[in-house]
Design a protein around this ligand. Structure first.
Ligand code: ATP
Ligand code: BTN
Length: 252
Protein backbone atom coordinates (compact mmCIF):
# COMPACT_ATOMS: atom_id res chain seq x y z
CA UNK A 1 0.00 0.00 0.00
CA UNK A 2 1.01 3.63 -0.42
CA UNK A 3 3.35 5.13 2.17
CA UNK A 4 1.77 7.53 4.61
CA UNK A 5 4.26 10.26 3.76
CA UNK A 6 2.87 10.28 0.20
CA UNK A 7 -0.71 10.51 1.40
CA UNK A 8 -0.69 12.96 4.26
CA UNK A 9 -0.53 16.71 4.11
CA UNK A 10 0.94 18.14 7.33
CA UNK A 11 3.97 20.27 8.27
CA UNK A 12 5.71 17.58 10.34
CA UNK A 13 5.12 13.85 10.64
CA UNK A 14 6.92 11.58 13.06
CA UNK A 15 6.46 7.80 12.88
CA UNK A 16 7.58 6.09 16.08
CA UNK A 17 7.62 2.35 16.76
CA UNK A 18 7.42 2.48 20.59
CA UNK A 19 6.62 5.45 22.84
CA UNK A 20 5.10 6.06 26.28
CA UNK A 21 2.28 8.20 24.89
CA UNK A 22 2.03 10.14 21.62
CA UNK A 23 0.22 12.92 23.51
CA UNK A 24 3.03 13.14 26.06
CA UNK A 25 5.62 13.09 23.27
CA UNK A 26 4.11 16.20 21.66
CA UNK A 27 3.45 17.93 25.00
CA UNK A 28 7.19 17.56 25.71
CA UNK A 29 7.98 19.48 22.51
CA UNK A 30 5.57 22.41 22.79
CA UNK A 31 7.38 25.54 21.67
CA UNK A 32 9.28 23.66 18.97
CA UNK A 33 6.39 22.28 16.94
CA UNK A 34 4.70 23.75 13.87
CA UNK A 35 0.91 23.94 14.13
CA UNK A 36 -0.45 20.70 12.66
CA UNK A 37 2.58 18.53 13.59
CA UNK A 38 1.59 14.87 13.87
CA UNK A 39 3.04 11.90 15.68
CA UNK A 40 1.98 8.28 15.07
CA UNK A 41 3.09 5.26 17.07
CA UNK A 42 2.80 1.50 16.62
CA UNK A 43 2.74 0.82 20.33
CA UNK A 44 2.24 2.91 23.47
CA UNK A 45 3.64 1.78 26.79
CA UNK A 46 1.60 4.31 28.75
CA UNK A 47 -1.30 5.26 26.49
CA UNK A 48 -3.79 7.27 28.50
CA UNK A 49 -7.40 8.38 28.56
CA UNK A 50 -9.09 11.01 30.66
CA UNK A 51 -8.17 11.51 34.33
CA UNK A 52 -5.26 9.09 34.36
CA UNK A 53 -7.17 6.13 32.92
CA UNK A 54 -5.25 3.75 30.69
CA UNK A 55 -5.68 3.39 26.96
CA UNK A 56 -4.76 -0.14 25.94
CA UNK A 57 -2.34 0.33 23.05
CA UNK A 58 -0.89 -3.02 21.95
CA UNK A 59 1.44 -3.46 19.01
CA UNK A 60 -0.51 -4.41 15.93
CA UNK A 61 -2.76 -2.64 13.55
CA UNK A 62 -4.49 0.03 15.63
CA UNK A 63 -3.96 3.77 15.30
CA UNK A 64 -2.39 5.90 18.01
CA UNK A 65 -2.02 9.44 16.77
CA UNK A 66 -1.62 12.92 18.17
CA UNK A 67 -1.46 16.34 16.62
CA UNK A 68 -0.35 19.72 17.93
CA UNK A 69 -2.55 22.78 17.36
CA UNK A 70 -2.11 26.38 18.40
CA UNK A 71 -5.46 27.98 19.13
CA UNK A 72 -5.17 31.77 19.07
CA UNK A 73 -8.49 32.21 20.90
CA UNK A 74 -7.01 30.67 24.05
CA UNK A 75 -7.73 27.93 26.55
CA UNK A 76 -11.34 28.98 27.19
CA UNK A 77 -12.16 28.45 23.50
CA UNK A 78 -10.82 24.91 23.63
CA UNK A 79 -13.85 23.61 25.53
CA UNK A 80 -15.85 21.39 23.28
CA UNK A 81 -12.91 20.46 21.08
CA UNK A 82 -13.29 16.73 21.74
CA UNK A 83 -16.87 17.03 20.45
CA UNK A 84 -15.74 18.73 17.26
CA UNK A 85 -12.92 16.22 16.69
CA UNK A 86 -15.39 13.41 17.37
CA UNK A 87 -17.61 14.68 14.56
CA UNK A 88 -14.58 14.86 12.24
CA UNK A 89 -13.56 11.28 13.00
CA UNK A 90 -17.07 9.82 12.82
CA UNK A 91 -17.90 11.52 9.52
CA UNK A 92 -14.56 10.42 8.04
CA UNK A 93 -15.05 6.78 9.08
CA UNK A 94 -18.61 6.86 7.73
CA UNK A 95 -17.33 8.09 4.38
CA UNK A 96 -14.62 5.42 4.36
CA UNK A 97 -17.20 2.65 4.60
CA UNK A 98 -18.37 2.39 8.22
CA UNK A 99 -21.81 4.03 8.12
CA UNK A 100 -22.88 3.14 11.69
CA UNK A 101 -20.20 5.03 13.60
CA UNK A 102 -21.62 7.23 16.38
CA UNK A 103 -20.33 9.69 18.98
CA UNK A 104 -20.68 9.44 22.74
CA UNK A 105 -20.41 12.49 24.97
CA UNK A 106 -17.86 13.83 25.61
CA UNK A 107 -14.92 12.11 23.89
CA UNK A 108 -15.67 8.67 22.46
CA UNK A 109 -16.63 6.98 19.21
CA UNK A 110 -18.99 4.06 19.28
CA UNK A 111 -20.05 1.29 16.97
CA UNK A 112 -23.11 -0.78 17.89
CA UNK A 113 -23.01 0.39 21.52
CA UNK A 114 -19.34 -0.47 21.98
CA UNK A 115 -16.33 1.79 22.33
CA UNK A 116 -14.30 1.98 19.13
CA UNK A 117 -12.10 5.02 19.69
CA UNK A 118 -11.29 7.69 22.24
CA UNK A 119 -10.11 11.28 21.98
CA UNK A 120 -7.88 13.00 24.52
CA UNK A 121 -7.37 16.78 24.36
CA UNK A 122 -4.61 18.14 26.59
CA UNK A 123 -3.42 21.72 26.69
CA UNK A 124 -1.15 24.35 28.11
CA UNK A 125 -1.44 28.13 27.92
CA UNK A 126 -2.12 31.06 30.25
CA UNK A 127 -5.43 32.89 30.30
CA UNK A 128 -5.28 35.60 27.63
CA UNK A 129 -2.61 33.77 25.58
CA UNK A 130 -2.93 31.30 22.74
CA UNK A 131 -3.69 27.73 23.81
CA UNK A 132 -1.26 24.97 22.91
CA UNK A 133 -3.31 21.87 22.31
CA UNK A 134 -2.38 18.26 21.85
CA UNK A 135 -5.22 16.22 20.43
CA UNK A 136 -4.84 12.46 20.58
CA UNK A 137 -6.89 9.67 19.09
CA UNK A 138 -6.74 5.95 19.73
CA UNK A 139 -8.69 3.90 17.18
CA UNK A 140 -9.09 0.14 17.46
CA UNK A 141 -8.78 -1.48 14.07
CA UNK A 142 -7.91 -5.08 14.94
CA UNK A 143 -7.04 -5.52 18.61
CA UNK A 144 -4.97 -8.58 19.47
CA UNK A 145 -7.18 -10.55 21.88
CA UNK A 146 -4.49 -10.80 24.58
CA UNK A 147 -4.60 -7.04 25.07
CA UNK A 148 -8.33 -6.85 25.61
CA UNK A 149 -8.70 -8.53 28.99
CA UNK A 150 -7.66 -5.20 30.55
CA UNK A 151 -10.59 -3.26 29.04
CA UNK A 152 -13.42 -3.02 31.55
CA UNK A 153 -16.19 -1.91 29.20
CA UNK A 154 -17.69 -3.08 25.89
CA UNK A 155 -15.26 -2.32 23.06
CA UNK A 156 -14.98 -3.08 19.36
CA UNK A 157 -12.78 -2.81 16.26
CA UNK A 158 -13.15 -0.87 13.03
CA UNK A 159 -12.72 -4.19 11.19
CA UNK A 160 -16.17 -5.15 12.53
CA UNK A 161 -17.74 -1.90 11.35
CA UNK A 162 -16.37 -1.74 7.80
CA UNK A 163 -17.49 -3.79 4.85
CA UNK A 164 -14.10 -3.26 3.28
CA UNK A 165 -11.40 -1.90 5.57
CA UNK A 166 -9.21 0.83 3.99
CA UNK A 167 -5.45 0.48 4.48
CA UNK A 168 -4.16 1.88 7.77
CA UNK A 169 -2.15 4.52 5.89
CA UNK A 170 -5.21 5.74 4.01
CA UNK A 171 -7.17 5.80 7.25
CA UNK A 172 -4.51 7.74 9.15
CA UNK A 173 -3.90 10.24 6.34
CA UNK A 174 -7.61 10.89 5.76
CA UNK A 175 -8.26 11.30 9.48
CA UNK A 176 -5.33 13.69 9.94
CA UNK A 177 -6.47 15.88 7.03
CA UNK A 178 -10.05 15.96 8.29
CA UNK A 179 -9.07 16.73 11.87
CA UNK A 180 -6.93 19.66 10.69
CA UNK A 181 -9.66 20.94 8.37
CA UNK A 182 -12.17 20.68 11.19
CA UNK A 183 -9.93 22.57 13.63
CA UNK A 184 -9.71 25.42 11.09
CA UNK A 185 -13.47 25.35 10.69
CA UNK A 186 -13.86 25.46 14.47
CA UNK A 187 -11.59 28.54 14.64
CA UNK A 188 -13.91 30.26 12.14
CA UNK A 189 -17.38 29.24 13.30
CA UNK A 190 -16.98 27.86 16.82
CA UNK A 191 -18.92 25.00 18.35
CA UNK A 192 -22.34 26.17 17.18
CA UNK A 193 -21.48 25.00 13.65
CA UNK A 194 -21.13 21.45 14.95
CA UNK A 195 -24.03 20.99 17.38
CA UNK A 196 -26.49 19.72 14.81
CA UNK A 197 -23.89 17.45 13.20
CA UNK A 198 -22.99 15.99 16.60
CA UNK A 199 -26.61 15.41 17.63
CA UNK A 200 -27.34 13.66 14.34
CA UNK A 201 -24.82 10.93 15.14
CA UNK A 202 -25.28 10.78 18.93
CA UNK A 203 -25.22 7.11 20.01
CA UNK A 204 -27.52 7.82 22.97
CA UNK A 205 -29.95 10.40 21.57
CA UNK A 206 -33.39 9.87 23.16
CA UNK A 207 -32.16 6.82 25.03
CA UNK A 208 -32.05 6.16 28.78
CA UNK A 209 -28.63 6.87 30.27
CA UNK A 210 -27.01 7.47 33.62
CA UNK A 211 -24.47 10.13 34.49
CA UNK A 212 -21.76 9.21 36.96
CA UNK A 213 -20.61 12.31 38.83
CA UNK A 214 -18.24 11.21 41.56
CA UNK A 215 -20.40 9.10 43.88
CA UNK A 216 -23.65 10.42 42.40
CA UNK A 217 -25.64 8.64 39.70
CA UNK A 218 -28.32 10.56 37.80
CA UNK A 219 -30.65 8.75 35.42
CA UNK A 220 -32.60 10.29 32.57
CA UNK A 221 -33.04 10.42 28.81
CA UNK A 222 -30.18 11.86 26.74
CA UNK A 223 -31.28 14.79 24.54
CA UNK A 224 -28.02 15.59 22.77
CA UNK A 225 -25.81 18.64 23.38
CA UNK A 226 -26.48 22.39 23.48
CA UNK A 227 -24.54 25.30 21.90
CA UNK A 228 -21.99 25.18 24.75
CA UNK A 229 -21.33 21.47 24.29
CA UNK A 230 -23.14 20.56 27.53
CA UNK A 231 -25.00 17.28 27.69
CA UNK A 232 -28.77 17.68 27.98
CA UNK A 233 -30.43 15.25 30.35
CA UNK A 234 -34.19 14.90 30.55
CA UNK A 235 -35.47 13.81 33.95
CA UNK A 236 -39.26 13.54 33.83
CA UNK A 237 -39.54 16.44 31.40
CA UNK A 238 -37.00 18.74 33.12
CA UNK A 239 -33.94 19.35 30.98
CA UNK A 240 -30.63 19.99 32.77
CA UNK A 241 -27.36 20.86 31.00
CA UNK A 242 -24.26 19.12 32.32
CA UNK A 243 -20.73 20.38 31.64
CA UNK A 244 -17.32 19.49 32.90
CA UNK A 245 -14.71 16.82 32.83
CA UNK A 246 -15.74 14.90 35.93
CA UNK A 247 -18.86 13.39 34.38
CA UNK A 248 -19.08 9.97 32.69
CA UNK A 249 -22.08 8.87 30.66
CA UNK A 250 -23.26 5.27 30.47
CA UNK A 251 -26.17 3.59 28.71
CA UNK A 252 -28.80 1.95 30.94
P1 ATP B 1 -15.83 8.70 29.95
O1 ATP B 1 -17.21 8.35 29.51
O2 ATP B 1 -15.78 9.52 31.17
O3 ATP B 1 -14.98 9.21 28.86
P2 ATP B 1 -14.44 6.17 29.91
O4 ATP B 1 -14.57 5.03 30.86
O5 ATP B 1 -14.75 5.93 28.49
O6 ATP B 1 -15.29 7.33 30.51
P3 ATP B 1 -11.97 7.32 29.14
O7 ATP B 1 -10.95 8.01 29.94
O8 ATP B 1 -12.69 8.08 28.08
O9 ATP B 1 -13.01 6.69 30.11
O10 ATP B 1 -11.27 6.07 28.43
C1 ATP B 1 -10.50 5.16 29.16
C2 ATP B 1 -11.30 3.89 29.34
O11 ATP B 1 -11.55 3.30 28.06
C3 ATP B 1 -10.59 2.81 30.12
O12 ATP B 1 -10.81 2.96 31.49
C4 ATP B 1 -11.17 1.51 29.57
O13 ATP B 1 -12.42 1.23 30.17
C5 ATP B 1 -11.47 1.88 28.13
N1 ATP B 1 -10.40 1.45 27.20
C6 ATP B 1 -9.06 1.41 27.41
N2 ATP B 1 -8.41 1.03 26.30
C7 ATP B 1 -9.35 0.85 25.35
C8 ATP B 1 -9.31 0.48 23.99
N3 ATP B 1 -8.17 0.24 23.35
N4 ATP B 1 -10.50 0.38 23.34
C9 ATP B 1 -11.68 0.63 23.95
N5 ATP B 1 -11.78 1.01 25.23
C10 ATP B 1 -10.63 1.12 25.92
C1 BTN C 1 -10.32 8.28 26.12
O1 BTN C 1 -11.20 7.53 25.64
O2 BTN C 1 -10.32 8.69 27.27
C2 BTN C 1 -9.27 8.82 25.24
C3 BTN C 1 -8.25 7.83 24.79
C4 BTN C 1 -7.21 8.50 23.94
C5 BTN C 1 -6.13 7.58 23.49
C6 BTN C 1 -5.16 8.25 22.56
S1 BTN C 1 -4.04 7.10 21.79
C7 BTN C 1 -3.08 8.43 21.18
C8 BTN C 1 -3.01 9.46 22.28
N1 BTN C 1 -1.94 9.16 23.21
C9 BTN C 1 -2.41 8.88 24.43
O3 BTN C 1 -1.71 8.57 25.42
N2 BTN C 1 -3.75 8.96 24.45
C10 BTN C 1 -4.28 9.34 23.16
Amino acid sequence: SQRITELVNCPQLELIPVIDSTNQHLLNQIGQLPCGAVCLAEYQQAGRGRRGRQWQSPFGSNLYLSTYWRLEAGVAAAMGLSLVVGVAIAETLQQLGAPDIRVKWPNDLYYHDKKLAGILVEMTGKAGDAAHLVIGMGLNIAMPIVATTMIDQAWTNLSAACVSLPSRNVLAATLIDRIHQTLKEYEDIGLSGFVERWNKIDNFLNRPVKLLIGERVIEGIARGINEQGALLLDTNGDITAYVGGEISLRGC
